[in-house]
Design a protein around this ligand. Sequence first.
Ligand SMILES: [Zn+2]
Length: 160
Amino acid sequence: MAKKIERRNSTIHGNGVFAKAHIKKGEEIVEYKGELITHAKADAKYHGDLDTGHTFLFSLNEKWIINGNKDGNIARWINHSCAPNAIAFVHEHESGKLKKDRVIIEALRDIAPGEEITYDYGFEFDVPYTKALKAIWACRCGSPTCTGTMLKPKKRNSAA
Ligand SMILES: [Zn+2]
């Protein structure tokens, strides 16, 4: 894993991760690594990320967040796309210990050498989606189905 990819400049955003070799559909590309911190700590320490349009935090499960700022690897440079060629799967550990869950980025389809690796971040922030916030988290993936934002529409309660 991770040998088939490299980090370089991206037209989507800053750095990106690109295939160096052919990657097959379903193949594991790389694990998203980093220090495990609680949601409370992430909120306290990285709340400012909201205003930057960039984050190295990955929500692992209800208890833990992977903090790619510390002990992170190349996976933290993978950009968001509305038409991604990869997906981030949370692999729940058989022991049920939340701390042992892992995130693996896998290919959604065959990926050719030179293609940028992307997945759908699926961000949902617990704040109002103002115009300013949407502008900060604007998507520039360039796909025909681009929604223009990395923010996921909020789910409404269907309590009717
Ligand atoms: Zn897009």
